[in-house]
Design a protein around this ligand. Structure first.
Ligand code: AMP
Ligand code: ZN
Length: 448
């Protein structure tokens, strides 16, 4: 059997993957915080771990438990509820529903378990109590903090010592902490905010604690692979490791740590705070989930990936071509190409599919099947040929009435002096491929 190689962020080396138990592979990926529509950056993480899940399933005869959580209690969700004057559950239910629709259109397999943080509060309180009892955490005025000085390996995943970590991050300042790097396990909730009774008063858990509890519950104290985007290495994963390893007296939480690079726009990370997000819903409506998927795996998962129209157009052309040889016949996929086994080298594997396509285009049925299986292994060809063709017909990118409505909204914003909103609308249209130009008394538009 070919060996799967993964770059382990913990050792910063590419190594052969050796499972704890080859009859029970364990994979955990941090899921979304459900307070706003997921964006294309989040989609990259989803797809990278979906591909890893698919590969592991083939290699280990489907004996894989893939856990991807939903963070449905968090300060960001509370802020969103105050800002939008909506109940927490209205926001989390709505965003979770959108997230599930997005996963479906991107053809991500369902994880084996999808635990919600709010269903595990009891275990979070238990873990916090246990960390206090063992001397790793302390209570101060209704808050409970983890004491980073109590864990000598703190910072090992990021390969930094405490001083370097402190210099490199924005940390929450509080007089209640013994060390400014200490992080919260439990915090009090205001009466109007969600809270649970605990030995430290009515409150809620810290974000890092959620993943430590849910991964242990479904995968055990030490499991095979833990994944997420690059931004989660510090503080999130570092803190998960500290809590879990101290509480369980283990050497590591997961044996392999896998992190994907960012989706960027003009070389800037796609994120809400930069105001440059493209929602998955918009992207799949415009280009189809298949095209978005192919675009997101067109670069190696550890490299940044710049999101732009050119990239998407190219992927659409590739799929148009590949669909010429689409077949309904599936066959059983029993092996994974060594290019893909080499640290999920998707761009290398895409080149290989091009090669398989040329070989198959001479009409040999076995070769056509091989080409189709290669596409399906990485989650492509989820639409039938007619599905693909009808999608293309339906997707007149953005309707004229939508553009006109947006131009009117922008004119109104400008007349009210709200130039930041006007600019935001212009950028939104640009991301949809629509260029607008202000003339003397009117605004004209055209497709890029
Ligand atoms: P969040 O909902 O912000 O906690 O993010 C969910 C997942 O998406 C995490 O694994 C993040 O690391 C990942 N993520 C967020 N933004 C990006 C981005 N621009 N590119 C790639 N991954 C991202
Ligand atoms: Zn997590």
């Amino acid at each position: 059997m070919n060996n799967l190689k993964l770059t382990n962020s913990f050792t910063r080396k590419k190594v052969i993957f050796k499972p704890i138990n080859s009859k029970k592979i364990s994979l955990y990926a941090c899921g979304p915080t459900v307070y706003e529509n997921p964006h294309v950056g989040n989609a990259r993480t989803l797809i990278v771990f979906d591909i890893l899940f698919r590969i592991l399933k083939v290699l280990y005869d489907s004996k894989v438990t893939y856990v991807r959580n939903i963070t449905d209690i968090d300060d960001k969700i509370i802020e969103a509820s105050h800002k939008n004057k909506k109940k927490i559950y209205e926001i989390t239910n709505k965003v979770t529903k959108i997230f599930h629709e997005n996963c479906k259109s991107l053809n991500c397999l369902l994880p084996t378990v999808e635990p919600k943080a709010t269903d595990h509060i009891k275990e979070m309180i238990q873990m916090t109590s246990s960390l206090i009892d063992k001397g790793y955490a302390y209570k101060n005025k209704d808050h409970v903090y983890f004491s980073v000085n109590s864990y000598k390996d703190y910072g090992k995943l990021s390969n930094k010592n405490l001083k370097e970590l402190k210099a490199g991050t924005r940390i929450e300042i509080s007089d209640l902490k013994k060390n400014p790097m200490d992080f919260v396990l439990w915090k009090p909730s205001k009466d109007e905010d969600p809270g649970w009774n605990s030995p430290w008063g009515r409150g809620r858990p810290g974000w890092h604690l959620e993943c430590s509890v849910m991964s242990e519950k479904y995968l055990g104290k030490t499991f095979d692979i833990h994944g997420g985007g690059l931004d989660l290495i510090f503080p999130h994963h570092e803190n998960e490791i500290a809590q879990s390893c101290c509480n369980n007296n283990t050497k590591n939480l997961a044996n392999y740590w896998v992190h994907n690079g960012f989706v960027t726009i003009n070389n800037e990370k796609m994120s809400k705070s930069f105001g440059n997000i493209v929602s998955i819903s918009d992207a799949v409506k415009k280009y189809s989930g298949q095209v978005v998927r192919l675009a997101l795996i067109s670069a190696h998962y550890r490299q940044p990936l710049d999101w732009n129209d050119e990239l998407l157009k190219n992927q659409k052309n590739v799929l148009d071509k590949w669909y010429n040889l689409y077949t309904e016949e599936n066959g059983n996929i029993t092996e994974v190409d060594e290019i893909l086994l080499d640290d999920l080298n998707t761009p290398g594997f895409i080149s290989k599919i091009h090669q398989l396509y040329s070989e198959a285009s001479k009409g040999d049925e076995k070769k056509i099947l091989k080409f189709n299986q290669a596409c399906k292994l990485i989650g492509l060809f989820s639409l039938s040929k007619s599905g693909w063709q009808s999608f293309k017909k339906d997707s007149i990118n953005v309707s004229e009435s939508y553009i006109i409505k947006k131009i009117e909204e922008r004119a109104k914003a400008k007349s009210e002096g709200n130039f930041s909103l006007a600019d935001k609308i212009r950028k939104e249209l640009l991301l949809k491929g629509v260029l607008i130009e202000d003339q003397k008394n009117k605004t004209i538009w055209k497709f890029k």
